[in-house]
Every structure is written in C-alpha cells, then in structure tokens.
Design a protein. Structure first.
Length: 532
C-alpha cells in the first residue's frame, strides 16, 4: 500500500517494513526534521531495529557518538559535564527521546534508580559500584545506597574510560573531583592497604599504598614481600603509569632494606680476594639499587618520597659504605703488594682477552666498546638487558683496576704495551708515547697490530650500514670509545645527574651492540677504564 505521509517516507529511508514502528516514528517526527540527525542515525541503524534500538540511537546521536551504545553515550555526557542545565547533549536527550527513556536505560544497564535522578547520581552509582567490586573495604552507609548489583558493567565502564587513549585525562579530572567531594582522603586513613590494594577508579588508592609503604620502611617494619606484592598488584591498575617512578624508587628502597636485613650482623671478614668476589656476587646489588632509587627519585614530580630520601642516603653512607669499608680496610691492611692475587687484571686485558682471539688466525672482527665510568654493577645490568633482548649470549667477568683508578691510566691499561709510565707532566706514556686521546690510541693499536682502528662509538653507530662497513672493512680490531657517564659525573655542574647518565649509557651501548651484531660482527667486548 502506497502512503506519502511523512512517517512513511522516514520509514522508507530506514528500510523499515511493516507498520509496527509507525506510531513511534510519528511520535518523534521533530527529531527527523533535522537532516543531520537523520544521517547520523542512518549510519548506525539496521532494518531490523526495534523501538528500543531507535531510542538508544537517538541518545547516541544526541551524545555525538558514531555507534549505538548507551555506555559510550554516557561517557560522552559525563565528559561534557555533570551540570545538566549546561550540558547541551543532555538537553537534546530530554527532547529526543526524552529523559524518562534515558533513565529507563540507566535502570536497565546500571540498576540506577532515584526519586530525583541526575547525571552525577548515575556516575556515583557506577564509580562506587566499581570501587565496592574491586575492593574489600566497608563503605559508609550513604555510599552503600548508591551501590548496585551491576558490578561487571560498572567495572567494564570505568576500565574502558580510564584506559581510553584520549578520554582518560578527562576521567582523571572527574574522578579527582568526585574523590574530593566524597572526602576519600579521610576514609582511606582508616582502611588497611589489604582492603583497597586491588581497588581501582580513584588515584587516592595509589597514594595510600605509597604512603603506607614509605612509612613502614621508615618505621623499620620488614614485611618486604608484602610491599612488593602491593606494587605488583598496582602495576595492573590505571594510575600505575602516573606513579611508575615512585613505585620503581620504592622497589629499590625495599631491596636495600631487605639487603640490610640479611647482613644485620655485619659483613663477613675475609681475604681481599674473598671480599672482591663477594662484591661481584652479592654486594654490588646494593650499589645498583641505590643508583636506581635516585634515578627514579629524581624523575618524581612531587614530594611524596621526600621523607624517605634522607633515610636511604643514611642507609647507603652510614651503614653500607661504612661497614663495607671497614672489612675491606682490615682485609688489605697486611697486603704486601698490589694487585690482589687471583683476580683478573685490567692491565692484562689486551694480552689475555684481545690477543688470544686475534692469535686464533680467524678473520672475525673484534669490537671493543670502552665506556668511560661504566662500573661493574651497571655492566651487570647491561648484560641482563642484552641477554633478554638479543639473540646472542652475553657473559660478565670482573677485572681489578689499576691504581690510581682514573681515566688516563685506565684507558692506557686497556691498550697493548710493553711499558706504561707517568712522566713529569702527568702524561701516561705507552712505550714512551703519549696515550691521551683517540688518535694517539689508534696509533698505539696499529703499532701492535696493523689491522686495528680506534674511533668514538658514535662515529660508527651514526653511519649507515654501508658506510659503517666501509669504515671498518680493513680492520679486525675496532676500539670504540664511549663517554656518557664520565663527562657527566666529572663536572660539578652535572655530577648530580650521574645516575641518569648511567641509564643513558646502558641504553646507548645496548643500541650500539644491536647495530654491530646485526651489521658487522658478533664478537663484542664491553669494558671500562674505571668505575665511580
């Protein structure tokens, strides 16, 4: 039957068969007066839509979203604002399809019901239901009134919103406002972290965990595994990225306190060789965690760890360094000569490591990266990164440095030589020739093995693959000098950035090794002239 009335024309545009929806279309003719609204609704519609689908479609169009979803429309409404009078999306919904219809959807989707429903009340229901579902704390009775049995839907809604690539910032602002309105800060003081460690939705939970762990460490409460479990749980929560540096600093602090607990009775007395090996196997961990604490602490943008910092500094200086120095000094007190026997020596590096590989008469290239100031514990971290992220196998050994341990003498000791001496000007001479600078070291290397070259690491890594191959094609021993740590730590203006420089150095060397093994050769040695 042909009918030319407006409702029929609209139904024809939406390919609706039959007459069941005609009364509904007639009721909302004003909505279809707008071609823009019509086209938006058509893009998300299908011929088998029901009256409820059309109502949700109208809500979605009013909320300026591209698909038919009450949750997405709700998020769009919340983002625009909880003040209903000023929310233009809400004002449109009140016209088409009507606020009564909207609250029916809110009841169906989130079990929200109130004599005086509001957008803020609906948001409180979703947020408090999510909080109740993810935590174990007892909520005030006034909050419990908002909690519904739609736990899964509430959790999904909050999770999607707070982890959305662009909308999460708006969620963070809204949740902060709700947190302040609820005065969550005062309630969390009465809750134990066990009750809210898994709770999500509000930033205050992370602050509470951080403050609890900090105070516990300062009070010498030694439930270290529990604190690490808390941090592990928070890693899967939204605000972990905001507090990542804080949590990393806390993990290092926990490791330092745990280390101290193991050695409460002090460090073992022993021979210099035994103490040297104990540092390699165990004690170096403390230096690593101290470095990592400060690396993360310096990146924190607030004062949340301010009370902990002097405690960590005291632990390092007045416990670790003081006690380790005491046993070390006792061990070397009766030492008749340096170096300590039974330990690989820096001064023998070229003879024992490089020459032995060259003497195999293989044509394989040997790359030697010398990073100024890269101490043993940082090298250990680099080894772990290389083993984890590359296909090759990396091992680490420790060398005892020359004395005094400083750049000129350390760099010279890694070169081939018959004799090393200091002249009256303080220059380090190798077989009578000054060894300072890359050019001088290049000449010394070539004097012992003509197929050698010394260049700065970045001079190779910044080249294209083909240009790099051209640079080193005539050489089998390639010494590559790197100076990120020492150039920072040796300057009073920048020495407080040394720990950041160590991290940068580890990353730079890692990237350099990947480029070398992918393009030039797999025989790579990484060492240093001295530590710090």
């Amino acid at each position: 039957e042909f009918s030319a009335d407006k409702a029929s024309l609209i139904m024809n545009e939406f390919h609706i068969e039959g007459f069941a929806l005609k009364p509904f279309i007639k009721k909302h003719l004003k909505f279809f007066d707008s071609r823009e609204r019509m086209e938006s609704l058509k893009e998300m519609s299908s011929p088998n839509w029901t009256e409820r689908d059309f109502e949700l479609g109208m809500i979605s169009v009013a909320s300026r979203i591209k698909h038919n979803s009450f949750s997405s429309a709700l998020k769009s409404l919340f983002i625009l604002g909880l003040n209903e009078e000023e929310n233009k999306f809400w004002n449109e919904i009140c016209k088409y399809p009507g606020k009564e219809v909207f609250w029916e959807f809110a009841l169906r989707e989130f079990k929200y019901s109130s004599p005086s429903p509001s957008l803020k009340g609906l948001l409180l229901t979703i947020m408090l239901t999510n909080m109740k579902a993810s935590g174990k704390m007892d909520l005030p009775s006034t909050w419990e009134a908002y909690v519904s049995d739609k736990k899964d839907k509430s959790q999904i809604f909050i999770d999607h919103w707070q982890n959305h690539s662009t909308d999460k910032e708006k969620y963070e602002k809204i949740s902060q406002a709700i947190s302040e309105e609820l005065n969550l800060k005062s309630y969390i003081k009465d809750w134990h972290p066990d009750e809210y460690v898994e709770a999500d939705g509000f930033e205050i939970f992370d602050k509470g965990i951080i403050i609890y762990i900090t105070n516990a460490l300062m009070a010498d409460m030694d439930e270290y595994d529990r604190y690490l479990d808390y941090i592990l749980i928070r890693k899967a929560r939204h605000w972990y990225d905001v507090y990542k540096d804080v949590y990393n600093a806390l993990e290092s602090a926990i490791s330092m306190f745990s280390f101290k607990k193991r050695f409460l009775s002090g460090f073992s007395e022993g021979s210099p060789e035994e103490l040297f090996n104990l540092y390699i196997s165990d004690y170096s961990l403390f230096d690593t965690e101290y470095r990592k604490f400060y690396y993360s602490y310096d990146r924190v943008q607030n004062d949340i760890l301010k009370k902990l910092q002097p405690v960590i500094e005291n632990l390092y200086k007045n416990w670790f360094l003081a006690n380790l120095s005491t046993v070390w000094l006792r061990a070397i007190k009766n030492l008749s000569r340096w170096p300590v026997a039974g330990i690989e020596q820096q001064k023998d590096f070229y003879r024992d490591v490089i020459s032995s590989v060259v003497d195999k008469h293989s044509k394989e290239k040997i790359f030697v990266i010398i990073s100024d100031g890269l101490r043993y514990e940082a090298g250990k971290e680099l080894m772990g990164l290389l083993n984890q992220e590359t296909r090759g196998a990396t091992q680490i050994t420790a060398m005892q440095s020359v004395i005094p341990s400083y750049t000129k003498l350390g760099m010279a000791s890694l070169l081939p030589y018959k004799e090393i001496e200091l002249d009256e000007k303080g220059r380090v001479l190798i077989d009578g020739k000054d060894s300072s600078g890359t050019e001088a070291r290049d000449a010394i290397l070539k004097n012992y093995f003509s197929e050698s070259i010394a260049v700065k690491l970045n001079e190779l890594t910044e080249l294209s693959k083909d240009d790099g191959r051209e640079l080193i094609k005539s050489y089998r021993i390639i010494y590559l000098y790197h100076d990120t740590i020492d150039v920072t730590g040796d300057d009073p203006k920048s020495e407080n950035k040394t720990f950041t420089a160590v991290q940068d150095a580890v990353n730079e060397i890692f990237a350099a090794v990947k480029k070398i093994v992918n393009n030039y050769g797999t025989n790579v040695y990484i060492t240093s002239d001295h530590g710090f």
